[in-house]
Design a protein around this ligand. Sequence first.
Ligand code: SF4
Length: 168
Amino acid sequence: MISNISKINGSQINYYFICKTKLWLFSHNIQMEQESDIVSLGKQLHENSYKREKDYLIDNLINVDFIKKRKDIEIHEVKKTPKMEKSHEYQLLYYMYYLKNEKDIENIVGYIDYPKIRKKIKIELTHEKKEEIGEIVGKIAKIINSDIPKPKKLRICKKCAYYELCWV
Ligand code: SF4
Protein backbone atom coordinates (compact mmCIF):
# COMPACT_ATOMS: atom_id res chain seq x y z
CA MET A 1 0.00 0.00 0.00
CA ILE A 2 1.47 3.37 -1.05
CA SER A 3 0.61 6.39 1.04
CA ASN A 4 2.00 9.68 2.23
CA ILE A 5 3.51 7.94 5.29
CA SER A 6 5.51 5.45 3.26
CA LYS A 7 8.72 7.49 3.42
CA ILE A 8 8.68 8.90 6.94
CA ASN A 9 10.88 7.05 9.40
CA GLY A 10 10.94 6.88 13.18
CA SER A 11 13.91 9.21 13.56
CA GLN A 12 12.11 11.93 11.61
CA ILE A 13 9.17 11.75 14.00
CA ASN A 14 11.58 11.96 16.90
CA TYR A 15 13.45 14.94 15.47
CA TYR A 16 10.20 16.77 14.71
CA PHE A 17 9.77 17.13 18.46
CA ILE A 18 13.42 17.74 19.27
CA CYS A 19 14.52 20.22 16.61
CA LYS A 20 13.11 21.13 13.19
CA THR A 21 16.60 22.00 11.87
CA LYS A 22 17.81 18.55 12.83
CA LEU A 23 14.78 17.03 11.13
CA TRP A 24 15.55 18.93 7.94
CA LEU A 25 19.30 18.09 7.92
CA PHE A 26 18.68 14.41 8.60
CA SER A 27 15.94 14.24 5.98
CA HIS A 28 18.28 15.71 3.38
CA ASN A 29 20.72 12.87 3.98
CA ILE A 30 23.11 14.91 6.06
CA GLN A 31 23.36 12.11 8.58
CA MET A 32 26.06 12.38 11.18
CA GLU A 33 24.39 10.60 14.11
CA GLN A 34 26.88 7.75 14.12
CA GLU A 35 29.45 10.24 15.40
CA SER A 36 27.30 11.33 18.30
CA ASP A 37 28.33 10.11 21.76
CA ILE A 38 24.70 10.10 22.83
CA VAL A 39 23.70 7.65 20.13
CA SER A 40 26.61 5.30 20.77
CA LEU A 41 25.88 5.41 24.51
CA GLY A 42 22.24 4.62 23.78
CA LYS A 43 23.25 1.70 21.57
CA GLN A 44 25.61 0.39 24.22
CA LEU A 45 22.93 0.60 26.88
CA HIS A 46 20.48 -1.14 24.60
CA GLU A 47 22.91 -3.98 23.89
CA ASN A 48 23.74 -4.45 27.55
CA SER A 49 20.18 -4.37 28.81
CA TYR A 50 18.39 -6.44 26.21
CA LYS A 51 20.98 -8.86 24.93
CA ARG A 52 18.49 -11.58 24.04
CA GLU A 53 15.98 -9.43 22.21
CA LYS A 54 16.00 -8.71 18.47
CA ASP A 55 15.66 -5.46 16.52
CA TYR A 56 13.06 -5.37 13.76
CA LEU A 57 13.69 -3.07 10.82
CA ILE A 58 10.44 -2.73 8.89
CA ASP A 59 10.43 -1.40 5.32
CA ASN A 60 13.74 0.28 6.07
CA LEU A 61 11.74 2.95 7.89
CA ILE A 62 10.89 1.91 11.38
CA ASN A 63 13.19 0.15 13.76
CA VAL A 64 11.35 -1.58 16.56
CA ASP A 65 13.64 -2.61 19.39
CA PHE A 66 11.70 -5.77 20.13
CA ILE A 67 8.28 -7.31 19.63
CA LYS A 68 6.34 -9.64 21.93
CA LYS A 69 3.21 -11.53 20.99
CA ARG A 70 0.89 -11.75 23.94
CA LYS A 71 -2.86 -11.04 23.97
CA ASP A 72 -1.94 -8.01 21.87
CA ILE A 73 1.14 -7.46 19.76
CA GLU A 74 3.55 -5.48 21.92
CA ILE A 75 6.14 -3.31 20.28
CA HIS A 76 8.92 -2.02 22.51
CA GLU A 77 11.20 0.95 22.18
CA VAL A 78 14.18 1.10 24.53
CA LYS A 79 15.34 4.55 25.64
CA LYS A 80 18.27 5.72 27.68
CA THR A 81 16.59 8.55 29.53
CA PRO A 82 13.03 9.77 30.07
CA LYS A 83 14.11 13.39 29.40
CA MET A 84 12.53 13.54 25.94
CA GLU A 85 9.41 11.59 26.69
CA LYS A 86 7.18 13.37 24.19
CA SER A 87 9.42 12.52 21.25
CA HIS A 88 9.68 8.93 22.49
CA GLU A 89 5.91 8.68 22.82
CA TYR A 90 5.21 9.99 19.33
CA GLN A 91 7.88 7.88 17.71
CA LEU A 92 6.20 4.80 19.13
CA LEU A 93 2.74 6.09 18.24
CA TYR A 94 3.97 6.49 14.69
CA TYR A 95 5.22 2.90 14.63
CA MET A 96 1.78 1.69 15.67
CA TYR A 97 0.14 4.01 13.14
CA TYR A 98 2.43 2.71 10.41
CA LEU A 99 1.86 -0.95 11.24
CA LYS A 100 -1.91 -0.46 11.33
CA ASN A 101 -2.09 1.58 8.12
CA GLU A 102 0.56 -0.08 6.01
CA LYS A 103 0.47 -3.65 7.31
CA ASP A 104 -3.13 -3.97 8.52
CA ILE A 105 -1.97 -5.12 11.93
CA GLU A 106 -4.55 -4.59 14.67
CA ASN A 107 -4.30 -5.04 18.44
CA ILE A 108 -0.98 -3.33 18.81
CA VAL A 109 0.18 -1.69 22.02
CA GLY A 110 3.44 0.11 22.52
CA TYR A 111 5.83 0.22 25.45
CA ILE A 112 8.69 2.57 26.06
CA ASP A 113 11.29 0.84 28.19
CA TYR A 114 13.71 2.83 30.32
CA PRO A 115 16.04 0.09 31.63
CA LYS A 116 18.26 2.51 33.50
CA ILE A 117 15.42 3.55 35.80
CA ARG A 118 13.53 0.24 35.46
CA LYS A 119 10.45 1.96 34.09
CA LYS A 120 8.05 0.87 31.35
CA ILE A 121 5.32 3.13 29.93
CA LYS A 122 2.35 1.81 27.97
CA ILE A 123 1.36 3.84 24.90
CA GLU A 124 -1.95 3.45 23.09
CA LEU A 125 -2.93 4.71 19.66
CA THR A 126 -6.30 6.31 20.36
CA HIS A 127 -8.47 7.84 17.66
CA GLU A 128 -7.24 11.34 18.66
CA LYS A 129 -3.60 10.26 18.54
CA LYS A 130 -4.16 8.71 15.13
CA GLU A 131 -5.47 12.03 13.81
CA GLU A 132 -2.59 13.88 15.43
CA ILE A 133 0.00 11.57 13.87
CA GLY A 134 -1.60 12.12 10.47
CA GLU A 135 -1.21 15.89 10.95
CA ILE A 136 2.39 15.54 12.14
CA VAL A 137 3.28 13.49 9.06
CA GLY A 138 1.87 16.29 6.89
CA LYS A 139 3.85 18.91 8.82
CA ILE A 140 7.06 16.91 8.48
CA ALA A 141 6.59 16.69 4.72
CA LYS A 142 6.09 20.47 4.63
CA ILE A 143 9.27 21.15 6.64
CA ILE A 144 11.35 18.82 4.46
CA ASN A 145 10.10 20.46 1.28
CA SER A 146 10.83 24.00 2.50
CA ASP A 147 14.08 25.85 3.19
CA ILE A 148 16.13 24.72 6.16
CA PRO A 149 14.57 26.01 9.42
CA LYS A 150 16.75 28.53 11.24
CA PRO A 151 18.55 26.81 14.14
CA LYS A 152 17.48 27.76 17.64
CA LYS A 153 19.81 27.32 20.60
CA LEU A 154 18.61 24.35 22.58
CA ARG A 155 19.86 22.55 25.65
CA ILE A 156 20.72 19.54 23.49
CA CYS A 157 22.76 21.47 20.87
CA LYS A 158 26.13 20.78 22.48
CA LYS A 159 25.55 17.04 22.27
CA CYS A 160 24.04 17.14 18.78
CA ALA A 161 26.00 15.75 15.84
CA TYR A 162 25.04 18.85 13.82
CA TYR A 163 26.47 21.33 16.33
CA GLU A 164 29.29 22.47 14.07
CA LEU A 165 26.96 22.89 11.12
CA CYS A 166 24.62 25.09 13.12
CA TRP A 167 26.89 27.06 15.40
CA VAL A 168 30.55 27.12 14.32
S1 SF4 B 1 22.79 21.80 16.90
FE1 SF4 B 1 20.90 22.45 17.90
S2 SF4 B 1 19.86 23.68 16.36
FE2 SF4 B 1 21.40 22.48 15.30
S3 SF4 B 1 20.39 20.65 14.58
FE3 SF4 B 1 21.29 20.16 16.55
S4 SF4 B 1 19.72 20.55 18.05
FE4 SF4 B 1 19.11 21.57 16.18
